[in-house]
Write a new protein. Sequence first.
Length: 95
Amino acid sequence: MLSVIELSVPSSPLVRPLYRFYTRCIIPAVGRLVSKDPRAYSYLPESIAAVPQRAAMCALMEQAGFSGCRWRAPLTASARHILSMPMVMARFMKS
């Protein structure tokens, strides 16, 4: 089983504004403080938004040859989701 933990934009309209504030303000501020680099973690909100979300990521994984992909968000308003799929390595191994 291959599992991938991804950050994603929360689906809940109640949580989404808090998430945006956290990723756009808090994470970059902490990154700057810790690393002393003014650009640290400033890319993160755009990077998360650019990644295919939930079912779209499963579709990409299946197009890449994985099968049985599913996703779940452990918490209802979660900003992370887990993709799982059985590993069938024979398809990717050369004889």
